[in-house]
Design a protein. Sequence first.
Length: 203
Amino acid sequence: MAYPQALSLIGAIFGTTVLMYGWRVMRTAWFPIAFLVLALPLPPTLYVELTMPLRKLASQVAVVVMPLFAPGLHTEAQAVVIDYIMPGRPPGQLNVEEACSGMRSIMAFVTLGVAVAYLHDRPWWQRAILLLSCIPIALFCNAIRVTATGLFYVYGYKELAQGTPHTLLGVSMFLVALGLFALLGYALQHLFVDTPEEKAHAS
């Protein structure tokens, strides 16, 4: 019931704003109020159901990408567990935990993408593309984080895969995402170039 209660609070803010200031103010205030929905945590049941497929996807991507940066590394994924064998090192296992599923990243990057799409003055179709790109960008950044963490374990730098370094790695993904959003926005802005119409001159 916590999630419906939180939604009802946002609805109450909508109603109070309309009641006190009218629809003229609401034309400007609707987005900041609606934006609060993205600050609400998802219902636990839905969160868990979405987490497992994302964990499996992250493990599958890591299994493919890790050997590209570690010659001789053999990896195999069993659901969310990655078995690896590195020549000269003992074999081991990596477990993609719930925190590494990328669900939190998706929620954060969707929030970032919505803000970027709204604040920039651009055509609606460009805003739609920015919004649709949120989830692929989030999955890409999470794949980088999981792969980097796995490589730290494989090469014996476990201290870099936990604690503060691991947190900083996660924070750095937000910078990567912001850069991707900026690059995509730049590409969309320059996708079509407006040329001034040539004026016909009477001879």
